[in-house]
Each structure stands twice: as structure tokens, then as C-alpha cells.
Design a protein around this ligand. Structure first.
Ligand code: SF4
Ligand code: SF4
Length: 340
């Protein structure tokens, strides 16, 4: 992996030049006490002070609402207008942390399970991720418990790590190389530094192996009732998560014209699995909480060879009743007698 150095001033120049080229740059922007990814018009809008953005960067490739196709009815005929990928701009996501960059792999495995998903894949094709290592963390972070780290390069095209007055630049993929080589004069040779010294210290909260051994055998466990007793089923945890991919299909119809929309949904919502007959296979919240954790730590590793959690801690920060996923996973990993 190629390593370089860029100063703070040159980083601003680089991003400005990418913006001037017409690339859509999404970066963390502070508003009140929250920071979130926004399409920026100038680099002055970027905020680098936050520990974590409220929302993940997943909406870049999996928007909250996406038009899949449109149709026009004319007497007995219906004409379809297919998904138009030509409107997707060349995009750069700047300043996402390694746990967000790593989240695009589980998303990609979901959206390519069976039939490849054109909207997701076309957006990813046009997106380059310039991630930023974490120099600080909070009590909700647990990337080191799920095989991640504050300086993990997995999923990033380029990873920057703040060192002294500039950034160590790790060029991970060919897409990353393209963005760097175009403006080679802004980069210098990488200094001899130990990257680890500049990273946050994220304590490991549980052993992944122990957790995975236990959780797959816990479908009928009483633990789900105990853990979910205060869950409101609000879905906030899923909406902020970089790897949650539940969606619903809605119809937006006006007279003879209409569109088919894909909209974010959540397996935590009570109506998510209701059948037309009225039967609901996940009738109570404990079954929905079980689904959330088993999907991430048992079904996805088994079926898609990837975990559905990167340890970003967003769900714990967003939960209105303080459900802390790392605490719950940690207690599961320590269970002695697992009920099948
Ligand atoms: S489940 Fe929670 S901690 Fe894990 S990736 Fe999703 S939001 Fe982050
Ligand atoms: S954010 Fe909290 S209360 Fe809302 S569904 Fe998730 S775990 Fe339940």
C-alpha cells in the first residue's frame, strides 16, 4: 500500500480542486450539537472536531428514498421508464471513519445477494471514500471488539491519519490512486512514523469468537425478553446504522403517472413483518430485537461471510432508552449455559 503525506493546507486545496472538477463532495458538517454528512459547496463547511456523525454515510449508496422506476398509463397501455443511473454524480465521501467505510462491504454483500442491485452498485461505482482514522473515541465505540480498529483501512479507498500538522495518506485502492495521482504535487513522501501512536485507544468490550459461538444457539433464549424489555421499537438504531439495509417498496402515484420507491425501513418496527392476512411472525419486540442481533452476528456471517456490525456505536448513542448494544453483546459473550 502506497503511503504519502499531505499538509492541512494542501488537503484543503486537494478537496477544493476535486469540488471544482464537478465531483459531489459529501463531508461532515456541524449544525448545533450534531454533525452529519452533507453535500458541501466549499471546504470551509467541513467540520473535523466530532467523534462520530449522527448518521452514517450509507445514504450515499443507499438513499433514504430512491426511485427505482417510473411508469405512465395511457388507456390500456403502460410504459416503463427504467432506473436512470446517468443522473448519479461522481462522488467523494470525505472524513468518514473506518467503521463507516467498513460498513459498505456488508451493504454490498446484501445488495448483491442473488440478484445484483443496480442502483446500489452504480452509486458505489461512482463513489470514492477518503476516510479519516479516529484520534478520539467515546464510551459507545467498540470497533476493536468486531475485528475493526480506529486506523483500519478496510473499505476505504484512501485513509488519512492526522499526524502532527498534517496527514499520513494511505492509498488503498486504484480508485484512491486516481484521485491522488491527478494532484501528485500536493503530496510529499510519507515520514517515518508509527501510525498507531496517533490513533484513539478503543477498549475491547467482548470476544467476538465467544459471542459468535453462543449467539447462534440462542434463538429460544429468555435473554431477548430481558434485553428488549425497554425497547420502544422506534427504529432509530437501524436508521443510523452503517450496515442496516431493511427497506420497503412504496408506490407514489398521481393520476396516470407514478413511481416505485425504495424507502428505509427497520426490522425493529412492529409492522415490518405483518402479512396481508394480519399474521405477524415477529409479534413482540423481543423477537424483533433477537432478529436484529442474530441477523448481524449469526445470519450475515453464515450466509454472506460478513458481520453486520462495525462497532460504530451509533445505535447506542441514538437510542432514546439507552439500549447499549456493546453491553448486551458483552453479556451474551459471557453466558455460561446457552439455552437452545
Ligand atoms: S449495530 Fe450499532 S454499533 Fe453496530 S454498526 Fe450498526 S449502529 Fe454501529
Ligand atoms: S433505538 Fe432503542 S428503543 Fe429504538 S428500536 Fe432501537 S433499541 Fe429499541
Amino acid at each position: 500500500m502506497e503511503r504519502k503525506y499531505i499538509s492541512q493546507d494542501s488537503l484543503k486545496t486537494w478537496l477544493s480542486k476535486l469540488n471544482d472538477e464537478g465531483k459531489h463532495i459529501y463531508a461532515p458538517v456541524a449544525k448545533g450539537d450534531k454533525t452529519d454528512f452533507k453535500h458541501i459547496k466549499s471546504v470551509g463547511e467541513i467540520s473535523m472536531e466530532h467523534i462520530q456523525t449522527t448518521q452514517s454515510a450509507k445514504a450515499i449508496a443507499f438513499p433514504r428514498t430512491e426511485k427505482l422506476f417510473s411508469y405512465t398509463k395511457n388507456k390500456g397501455d403502460v410504459s416503463l421508464q427504467d432506473y436512470d443511473s446517468s443522473v448519479i454524480p461522481e462522488t467523494v465521501v470525505f472524513g468518514l471513519h473506518p467503521c463507516d467505510a467498513a460498513g459498505f462491504r456488508p451493504l454490498s454483500n446484501i445488495f448483491n445477494w442473488g440478484t445484483p442491485d443496480t442502483p446500489f452498485n452504480e452509486r458505489m461505482k461512482r463513489t470514492t471514500l477518503i476516510a479519516l482514522s479516529c484520534s478520539q473515541c467515546d464510551e459507545a465505540c467498540f470497533c476493536t471488539s468486531v475485528n475493526g480498529s480506529p486506523g483500519n483501512t478496510e473499505g476505504s479507498d484512501i485513509l488519512l491519519t492526522k499526524i502532527k500538522d498534517g496527514y499520513l495518506v494511505e492509498v488503498v485502492t486504484d480508485k484512491g490512486k486516481e484521485l491522488v495521482s491527478k494532484y501528485e504535487n500536493l503530496f510529499d513522501a510519507a515520514p517515518e512514523v508509527n501510525k498507531e501512536e496517533f490513533l484513539a485507544n478503543v477498549p475491547q468490550k467482548f470476544g467476538l469468537e465467544e459471542l459468535q459461538q453462543r449467539i447462534s444457539n440462542m434463538f429460544e433464549s429468555e435473554v431477548w425478553k430481558q434485553q428488549s424489555a425497554r425497547c420502544l421499537g422506534c427504529g432509530a438504531c437501524a436508521f443510523v446504522c452503517p450496515t442496516c439495509a431493511c427497506f420497503d417498496i412504496q408506490e407514489d402515484n398521481k393520476g396516470s403517472k407514478g413511481s416505485r420507491l425504495r424507502c428505509w425501513d427497520s426490522c425493529g418496527f412492529s409492522l415490518f413483518t405483518v402479512h396481508t392476512s394480519g399474521h405477524n411472525p415477529r409479534e413482540v419486540q423481543s423477537q424483533r430485537w433477537r432478529q436484529r442481533l442474530l441477523h448481524k452476528f449469526s445470519y450475515m456471517p453464515e450466509r454472506l461471510s460478513v458481520r453486520g456490525c462495525t462497532g460504530c456505536g451509533r445505535c447506542s448513542r441514538a437510542c432514546p432508552v439507552d439500549m447499549n448494544i456493546a453491553e448486551h453483546l458483552s453479556s451474551i459473550s459471557k453466558l455460561e449455559n446457552v439455552e437452545k
